[in-house]
Design a protein around this ligand. Structure first.
Ligand code: KIV
Ligand code: ZN
Length: 535
């Protein structure tokens, strides 16, 4: 009976070493995530420092190589957020974006200073239309400015990336010229952005191939791609460029980003992972962290993920047709090319219940990467967990994330706090709501009627807050399955050109809605959001 065991162990070892050998021959594909910078440029997606930190921690947990944390010169809020991320992240490289100016680079250099591993990403436009109409600079001046910028950036870090903005519409001879100068000036990564999403895969791949062939010292740098999705080709272009020699892909969670968005991280990573036979590269990404990252970004920005979105959409692994269901039941590979659990779909695994103790609660928070700053915070969170478990019985990871979000609110986000709400809604009657709030520590009550209980609750809150905010978005999602699930509400408010997103969760969606509205009001009140920097 022993021999088969030895044989199978030997086979496993041989297969294992074959994979290790095959992987050892593969180049590393650097995953550069720009959700916190380009992603944040989506209208209404601007985030507070605390929200950016939560996303940055999740990106690090996912083993993203480079986190582009923001654009420090854009605003004091952006500067502070990049600096805070630089202080908190240890494994991933923290990158700050800057135009090719001394002022921008100084801000970026100061913001990333606390990082264990830091990068400055400087850019200047190189297409005829951008140089002439936007920069009003000659090509010679653009090259000179790029070289100076890289020199300034090198004073803060040896890791400098240079981007030729609108490279996708630039002349190839000029790109060769400016990239040669950039490499000579000390840039270690050369990025070729398709800023306006104009390229198509074979053309973009040919551009990369030509550049790598023609630019002197091309083999001394990492070639990077950054694609926008205006023609729906951002992922296809990025992957074509990888086959042509690019070794860094710039992308965002859920494909969030300026206009139609950027290349989506989850699609790039899973394409490379699933089609290892085609791509000569491998990433370091922990793919099981993809769905949690997608949910976190969607919940913070208020951008929902479409159900049929590849990898992270709710239906991405659902088989509807009977013939497919039958096939999958007989053998999963008949219709599935990836496993849902490999990208982090946990199928609402039950994690805790009302009898779970404090230690189990603390341990689960640690396992899902939620840090608790003090024993007091843990006690307060545990008390709220018990309240929720009384209402809901089964508590999932998603519930814990929502619960801890409320628990980690900073004092400036608690100027308006919900004490209680009461509402009445009956067929044929006008709904009304009464809310009791704490405003700067003082209890205040108000009531209002509305077209429905949520509308009435918002009007009652506005009677007290008088914010004048304009409601741009109201959305509700069930956090888990079942009618006892918590509803998670996102509210987007605009005032004086500022846009904020608020979130709230509760098993009662009127309460969740009131909490979300107050969370948005608190952000407007604290001024903790910033204007979107449109480059
Ligand atoms: O799309 C773009 O060109 C950019 C650059 C700043 C890299 O986002
Ligand atoms: Zn971009």
């Amino acid at each position: 009976m022993q021999a088969p065991v030895f044989i199978s162990v030997a086979i496993v070892l041989i297969v294992g070493s074959f994979h290790a050998h095959r992987n050892a021959m593969k180049d590393a594909l650097i995953i550069f995530d720009t959700t916190l910078r380009d992603g944040e440029q989506s209208p209404g997606a601007s985030m507070t420092q605390e929200e950016k930190l939560r996303i940055a921690r999740q990106l690090e947990r996912m083993r993203v190589d480079v986190i582009e944390a923001g654009f420090p010169a854009a605003s004091p809020g952006d500067f502070d957020a990049v600096r805070a991320i630089a202080g908190a992240i240890r494994e991933s490289v923290v990158c700050g974006l800057s135009r090719a100016s001394l002022q921008d680079i100084t801000r970026a250099g100061e913001a990333i200073a606390p990082a264990a591993r830091k990068r400055i990403h400087t850019f200047i436009a190189t297409s005829p239309i951008h140089m002439e109409k936007k920069l009003r600079m000659t090509p010679d001046q653009v090259v000179e400015q790029a070289v100076k910028a890289i020199g300034w950036a090198r004073q803060y870090t040896d890791d400098v990336e240079f981007s030729a903005e609108d490279a996708g519409r630039s002349e190839i001879d000029f790109l060769v010229r400016i990239f040669e100068a950039a490499i000579r000036a000390g840039a270690g990564t050369i990025n070729v952005p398709d800023t306006v999403g104009y390229n198509i895969p074979n053309q973009y791949a040919a551009t990369l191939r030509t550049l790598i062939e023609r630019v002197p010292n091309a083999d001394k740098v990492v070639w990077s791609v950054h694609c926008h999705d205006d023609l729906g080709l951002a992922v296809a272009n990025s992957l074509a460029a990888v086959v042509a020699g690019a070794r860094q892909v710039e992308c965002t969670i859920n494909g969030l980003g300026e206009r139609a968005g950027n290349a989506s991280l989850e699609e790039i990573v899973m394409a490379v992972h699933t089609r290892a036979d085609v791509f000569p590269v491998q990433t370091r990404i922990d793919t099981t962290q993809i769905v949690p990252a997608s949910r976190l970004v969607s919940q913070i920005t208020g951008y929902p993920v479409q159900p049929n979105k590849a990898i992270v959409g709710a239906n991405a692994f659902a088989h509807e047709a009977g013939i497919h269901q039958d096939g999958v039941l007989k053998s999963r590979e008949t219709y599935e090319i990836m496993r849902a659990e490999d990208v982090g779909w946990s199928a609402n695994k039950l994690v805790l219940g009302k009898h779970s103790g404090r230690n189990a609660f603390r341990a689960r928070l640690q396992e899902i990467g939620i840090e608790v700053s003090s024993e007091e915070q843990l006690n307060a969170a545990f008390a709220r967990f018990k309240e929720l478990a009384d209402k809901k019985h089964e508590i999932f990871d998603e519930d814990l994330h929502a619960l801890m979000r409320d628990e980690t609110l900073t004092p400036e986000l608690e100027h308006f706090r919900l004490i209680s709400t009461r509402f009445h809604s009956e067929t044929g009657e006008t709904p009304n709501a009464e809310v009791t709030l704490s405003v700067g520590g003082k209890e205040t009550r108000s009531q209002a009627v509305g077209s429905g209980p949520v509308d009435a609750a918002f009007k009652a809150i506005e009677t007290i807050a008088k914010s004048g905010g304009q409601l741009l978005l109201y959305s509700v999602n069930a956090i888990t399955t079942g009618t006892d699930a918590q509803g998670e509400v996102t509210v987007r408010l605009a005032r004086d050109g500022r846009i904020v997103n608020g979130q709230g969760a509760d098993t009662d969606i009127i309460v969740a809605s009131a909490k979300a509205y107050l969370n948005a009001l608190n952000k407007l009140h604290a001024g903790s959001e910033r204007l979107n920097p449109q480059l």
